[in-house]
Design a binder for this molecule. Structure first.
Ligand code: F6R
Length: 608
């Protein structure tokens, strides 16, 4: 995880570095630091905790160098203390790192034998000493980095500045993303283009194994074999204003409210509104008829989107789907058939386990299709074909709008597969597409229930455990509801398939246990009502998310009902996601937790 940034500027860069780090805080916020070089002299400032601590430190002890690097940390090796905070430095250089150096122990032993003294518990410090040792042998900074990089195992994005070098910065990438920003007489690098958005929209992405030597006049890029290479300069569209909270208290609230718009935007790229049919934005490198099985793999919320898609692919396309969390898929040696489809879902496009699963599936000869939000990400670049979600930058750590945009794309894919396989007729396709087109409207209507949901959440905040239940496509939503509540309110929550209740979790039910049931009036509603009766009979408190028909049927005692608009059951997961998110959000607001940056989490999980 972690965010890194570097600037070769014409004015003092400390303020700009902090600005860029603010945009990278989604990658971690355990500690932060910057280092600059001024008249050949390296200086650094670091602080434990959030960026504001670093900012305060800089107010007291400013830095005025025109070249510098910065880091916001998500701790992997070593506690999140100031001492372990990046940049790490020797008398020759300062370095920031995102990723993990797997062989740091053996390198550390070797370097200690050569006389290096280590002051931190981090894996990154070995990089600083390794390059320093090479420089002590008389190598230039460029040659020292060139010699050191092949010795590092693991994943990294690195940025170096050097004592005595006011116009040099070196960046390197293996396994973790790194973008180079081109300015006029200024150069930048960062973990993503969003960090660099206020400075430049001209970006080059380093490829796997690339490293780059930068001066204010430009950049020289080398590939893993040391050959000089050119990487295209692309104009990015991540405009700075998108990263504003607007008039919301939190990014999460803003992103929940953006859903009608971003889902409409995403759908408009997959649907011919006039013909009411799905038109995929890219050519597929396979024929749906030749696919015997789809293997879906993802993590967290993206995995739950995939789980909903399993129901859709099986129902609309009569296509068997196997789904696994990526951290399991990649290791369980599942028999895979060459020519089948592997489908990956990821907001960031950088999730380490999902990426590793993708590479594994590719090796096995499967077609790799990814549903990603960050189109310049590693997963996007390594896939045979991508189906983008157009959610825009998602800053809140808890995924909201990316989830519903993923569902939008996955629904369109399942419909396209169904049509191509002859499993649905044109009329059925039109019906399904019409339902999707109506989703943004239902979402807007659902958002008007916010006040009722907020009132319920105040009560939910008093519970220590919460159970979520759902059947069919509402089952993944139960899982998602529990995950959202856990991650931002820190209340223990479990999601269960409603039918599983009697196989164990029913033992937990008493008057203190809120049970949130997601149950639109669909083909399995009656079954879910029976499960609710079982909860009610044991004094459990039920919050039911349903529609007008469901509300009329659910007449057992102890039920509080939130009535959503009526809609076809094919699209309920997209719309019911909103009250599920709002319940978690307002519970966290009531408890006063750090909603956009919950403890122990980071937005982009680039470690296994
Ligand atoms: C939960 C959440 C995480 C992510 C997961 C995968 O709210 O955001 O569970 O869904 O870390 O991340 P991506 O989608 O970036 O691969």
């Amino acid at each position: 995880m972690c965010g890194i940034v570097g600037i070769l500027g014409r004015e003092p860069v400390a303020g700009q570095l902090v600005d860029a780090l603010k945009r990278l805080e989604y990658r971690g916020y355990d500690s932060a630091g910057i280092a600059t070089v001024e008249n050949g002299h390296l200086e650094r400032r670091r602080a434990e905790g959030k960026l504001k601590n670093l900012q305060e430190r800089l107010n007291r002890e400013p830095l005025s160098g025109l070249a510098g690097i910065g880091h916001t940390r998500w701790a992997t090796h070593g506690k999140p203390t100031e001492n372990n905070a990046h940049p790490h430095a020797t008398e020759r250089l300062a370095v920031v790192h995102n990723g993990i150096i797997e062989n740091f122990r053996e390198l550390r032993e070797e370097l200690e034998k050569e006389g290096a003294t280590f002051g931190t518990e981090t894996d990154t410090e070995v990089v600083a000493h390794l390059v320093t040792e090479e420089m002590k042998k008389g190598r230039s900074p460029v040659d020292a980095v060139r010699a050191a990089l092949p010795r590092l195992r693991g994943a990294f994005a690195l940025a170096f500045i050097f004592a005595g070098e006011d116009d040099m910065m070196i960046g390197a990438r293996k396994g973790s993303p790194l973008a180079i920003g081109h300015g006029s007489g200024e150069m930048y690098l960062g973990s993503d283009a969003i960090a660099l958005a206020p400075f430049t929209d001209a970006i080059s992405y380093l490829d796997e194994g690339d490293w780059a030597v930068m001066s204010r006049d430009g950049v020289q890029i080398f590939d893993v074999a040391g050959n000089a290479v050119k990487r295209p300069v692309i104009k990015t569209s991540s405009s700075a204003f998108l990263l504003d909270k607007g008039n919301h208290r939190h990014f999460m609230a803003k992103e929940i409210h953006e859903q009608p718009e971003v889902v409409a935007h995403t759908l408009s790229h997959y649907i011919d509104m006039a013909k009411e049919s799905v038109v995929l934005p890219g050519e597929l490198p396979f024929e749906w008829n030749k696919i015997e099985r789809v293997s879906i793999s993802a993590c967290g919320t993206a995995y739950y989107a995939g789980l909903v898609a399993k129901y859709w692919f099986e129902r609309y396309a009569r296509l068997p789907v196997e789904i696994d969390v990526a951290s399991e898929f990649r290791y369980r040696e599942a028999p895979l058939r060459k020519g089948d489809l592997a489908l990956f879902v990821s907001q960031s496009g950088e999730t380490a386990d999902t990426l590793a699963s993708l590479r594994y599936a590719k090796e096995q000869g499967l077609h790799v299709l990814s549903v990603v939000n960050v189109q310049t990400s590693t997963i996007a670049r390594e896939s045979d074909v991508i189906m983008p979600t157009l959610a825009g930058p998602e800053i809140g750590v808890a995924s909201t709008k990316a989830f519903t945009c993923q569902l939008s794309v996955l629904a369109c894919l399942a419909i396209a597969a169904g049509r191509a396989r002859g499993a649905i007729s044109d009329a059925e396709e039109r019906k399904l597409v019409r339902a999707l087109i109506e989703v943004p409207r239902h979402m807007n209507e659902t958002l008007t229930l916010e006040g009722d949901i907020e009132a319920l959440a105040r009560d939910l905040g008093k519970s220590s455990d919460v159970l979520y239940l759902g059947r069919g496509t509402s089952y993944p939503l139960a899982l998602e509801g529990a995950l959202k509540l856990k991650e931002i309110s820190y209340i223990h929550a479990e999601g269960y398939a409603a039918g599983e209740l009697k196989h164990g979790p029913i033992a937990l039910i008493d008057e203190t246990m809120p049970v949130i049931v997601t149950a639109p009036y669909d083909s399995v509603f009656e079954k879910t009502v029976s499960n609710m009766q079982e909860v009610a009979a044991r004094g459990g408190r039920i919050i039911l998310l349903t529609d007008s028909k469901g509300a009329a049927e659910a007449t057992m005692p102890g039920v509080t009902i939130i009535t959503l608009p009526d809609m076809p059951s094919s699209v309920t997961p997209l719309v019911y996601a909103l009250p599920v998110q709002l319940l978690a959000y307002y519970t966290a607001v009531a408890l006063g937790t750090d909603i956009d940056q919950p403890r122990n989490l980071a937005k982009s999980v680039t470690v296994e």
